[in-house]
Design a protein around this ligand. Sequence first.
Ligand code: ADP
Ligand code: MG
Length: 627
Amino acid sequence: MQEKGTISIHTENIFPIIKKFLYSDHEIFLRELVSNAVDATQKIKRLSSLGQYNGELGDLRVEVAFDEEAKTITISDNGLGMTADEIKKYINQIAFSGATEFMEKFKESKDANEIIGRFGLGFYSAFMVADRVEIETLSYQDGAEPAHWTCDGSTEFEISEGSLAERGTEITLHINKDSEEFLSKHRLQEILDKYCKFLPVPIKFGTNTQEEEDGVDEEGKTKYKSVETDNIINETNPIWTKSPNDLKDEDYLDFYKQLYPFSEDPLFWIHLNVDYPFNLTGVLYFPKLKNDFEVQKNKIKLYSRQVFITDEVKDIVPEFLMLLHGVIDSPDIPLNVSRSFLQADGNVKKINSYITKKVADKLAELFKSDRKAFEEKWTDIGLFVKYGMVSEEKFYDKAKDFVLLSNTKNENYTLNEYKDKVTPEQTDKDGQLVYIYTNDPAKQDAFIQSANKKGYDILLMNSPIDNHFIGHLEQKLDKTSFKRVDADVADKLIKKEDALEHVLTEEEATKVKDIFNKAINKPAYKVELESLNPDELPVTVTMDEFMRRMKEMAAMGGGMGFYGSMPDNYKVIVNGNHKLISRILNEENTEVQAALSKQAFDLALLSQGLLTGAELTEFVNRSVNLI
Ligand code: ADP
Ligand code: MG
């Protein structure tokens, strides 16, 4: 009995197209065939539990083997098998909606995943690497005959009597010339590790040789023998499929090590588990953050029913959570469609907000249950929380209660705590709260000390996200603005009514200004005279908060061409109440007068790290002379 037929699709010959267009990701043929085999074993198990199959189930497993000489790869299973009629139905009729649509989509796509899933071509992905494929199969059904199917990559196929004596299916690929790389233990192992490591049915690939005890010899020494054991490559019950109640911390840490062998232990983790309105399981880890964000992105692996799909989870996980590591498994994520479609997908949106909520809840719980531990981890999670707050409104709403502001004294405050703390000292005459921060405590030390002397608290805002975070808080918090500590002299950072009296007359003030303007002689520096506390520095160089932010934004490519092209503009604030200024004013030797002014100015630059190169050398020489 032999039957020939034509695979029913409406286009002449799809296999050359498959081969031609699916040039990337050829390796996924193995994922597809092993998944089918796993499905077949799951199905027989189900039939058995439903009482529709009464035979022995046996040890359900899938086996992958290859023969370098014969140039074949074989995937076999003891699943439900197929009858000849079922082969015709399931294999010969490729389920896709129409040749035109197929060709249209094909032209644009470079992604094999997309095509294979979209058009139900899982099995046919075999033809990416094989020029002939054979199926030997025996159905579980009573009285079923074994069947054999073969196809050489044209639309012609042959069905004949098969030779399998046991229930199941064996698929043999005759590997084509271009795909011989797959005829290697190493390569196959690599693909299996990537896609099949957590499949729910044991996957056997090759054998392991082990030494086993074999009684004792005449002298009473233990004898050993080599025993070949099946090499099972996968773990059938990965932790995300288990109940959190059955897991200990070690289990989570071990799994993390297994996924990312060379990483430091994670800070903590979240076990995801929902089945309504979508099905999603997984474990997400908070890694120790390093400064280089990019390296740490794309560490979440996406699975569908324990089959690895991709580690590009960009559209499934909110951007700020891309820094997390771990596994998400959901059969409800449409895996095989284009990116734009994915973004619009309702399930994906729900999954997105579910994950966001879970993460926020976890952080809130940590904060509540152990504030001290939370604070210790803050250096690592702070960046991530702030990132989330600026990018997701919903996350902001939850995180505003546990986000911490850290000051230069290493103290941490929640937003509310901080507000209460600084309100008495840092409210300006218009009732506006002014939060003062530094992004570089070493460089801005002189400013910090002056501000501290005034009783101001200085926040530490030195992470890459802080500029955005500050801008965001200013929008969100009522009557609150931020000022970098060097944006003005301490006395003027927060405008209050209590300005000190000038000791200099108007005439003297103009004279001081002239002296400094001449001595400095740079258009970017504008001299202003202020009556500050006599203990403050004689000269301070500041840059206006607004101007500085505009320039920073322009530098980051914010499209502010106007500000970007502006030269730096500094204010040189001369403290008219300082002893040195009176001394300069009263100096009769104009050369000494100029030198002293320049010296005071350079000292201000020096304390902010703004004095470099030739100017620094000149300063040193002048200092020596003055001594
Ligand atoms: P899908 O898996 O998405 O249904 P495939 O092209 O991968 O699409 O497979 C088509 C069909 O062929 C499967 O649905 C199944 O009915 C049948 N099939 C494929 N492989 C096996 C197998 N190893 N055992 C039993 N049936 C199989
Ligand atoms: Mg399939």
